[in-house]
Design a protein. Structure first.
Length: 322
């Protein structure tokens, strides 16, 4: 009987030790989560500290989710850079007022505000036409001083191409010239040489030529692929060539000697002022700029009886599902 009591006591001690270990583990996990999520936390030692920290984590999550949804909605509705930022600023302020009122009922003071936004810009021509700008210019700068090129595709038809086997020396071939910050240039020419032909001249001294007899032809300028009917050739892009340095300036030449569609995606703004005031583009038709908010920096403040923190978070569109 004495042995049974001893074993029972040992088992009880083991359970107690395990419970204490679990409590310590949960505490460490909570503290680690808060350390990762919040820039500064000052918590008083109380029985409710973990509850307070969970509330802070939940608020942080609600800000991310709420602002991310607002960005998604505004990106669908508005086209201009300044308009997007103004609308997001106002929408975050309204969301903050509603959220703060709910939090205050629980004795918590919260505040979230928009600090700054960054943009993604898309130059789109989705109507098959010459690659001239809105005003009909055949030689024009598509964009200047961009460092973050995220995608660039052309779909070229066989119409309007200059029939030649030599595009050197400023001939009539349609050309895309990419000039780097170091003054070197990468060039891509499209012409008719027994089919849709591209010639790539890189600052490293290499020349590559590929021809497709079927149309349309997809040219992935950013990835370096020349594709028709599932058959693909690869070429060296300006992003891969070590002889050219960012930021880049992209220029079309002889833009009336090619037809088709294209889409260029870059990080940041392409136009400093209102897009519709730039004679190269519009916000509808072709070519046009679609401005999107790429990320928003949001200031977050949370204060309850036993916990205070403040931080700045980066919110991305479409970041949180469900």
């Amino acid at each position: 009987m004495e042995e049974l009591r001893i074993r029972s006591n040992d088992r009880g001690q083991l359970i107690l030790v395990a419970a204490i270990g679990l409590a310590v583990l949960l505490t460490l996990m909570t503290l680690a989560l808060n350390t990762a999520v919040f820039g500064e936390i000052h918590a008083a030692q109380s029985d409710n500290s973990l509850k307070e920290e969970r509330g802070a984590v939940q608020y942080h999550y609600s800000v991310e989710r709420g602002v991310s949804g607002l960005i998604d909605s505004l990106n669908e509705e508005y086209d201009e850079y300044g308009e997007l930022e103004r609308e997001l600023h106002d929408a975050v302020a309204v969301w903050n007022d509603l959220s703060s009122s709910e939090q205050l009922r629980d004795g918590t003071i919260t505040n979230s505000s928009l600090e700054r936004v960054t943009y993604e810009s898309r130059v789109i021509q989705d109507e098959s036409r010459a690659f001239t700008d809105r005003s009909g210019r055949t030689e024009w700068g598509v964009t200047e001083d961009v460092s973050d090129v995220r995608g660039f595709e052309m779909n070229v038809s066989g119409e309007n191409l200059t029939a030649t086997g030599d595009c050197a020396g400023g001939g009539a071939c349609f050309g895309l010239e990419v000039e780097g910050a170091n003054g070197n240039s990468w060039q891509l020419f499209v012409h008719d040489d027994g089919g849709v032909t591209i010639t790539v001249d890189s600052p490293s001294g290499g020349t590559e030529t590929y021809t497709a007899t079927e149309t349309p032809v997809r040219i992935d300028v950013a990835e370096g692929s020349f594709d028709v009917g599932g058959s693909e050739d690869e070429f060296t892009t300006f992003l891969q060539d070590g002889g050219i340095e960012a930021p880049y300036t992209l220029t079309y030449t002889n833009a009336d000697n090619v037809s088709g569609t294209y889409e260029l995606i870059v990080g940041g703004k392409i136009v400093d002022e209102t897009i519709d005031d730039d004679e190269r583009y519009g916000t509808d038709g072709s070519p046009r700029i679609e401005a999107k908010i790429d990320a928003a920096d949001v200031s977050v403040r949370y204060r309850s009886t036993d916990l205070t923190y403040g931080t700045e978070i980066v919110v991305l569109p479409g970041e949180i599902d469900g």
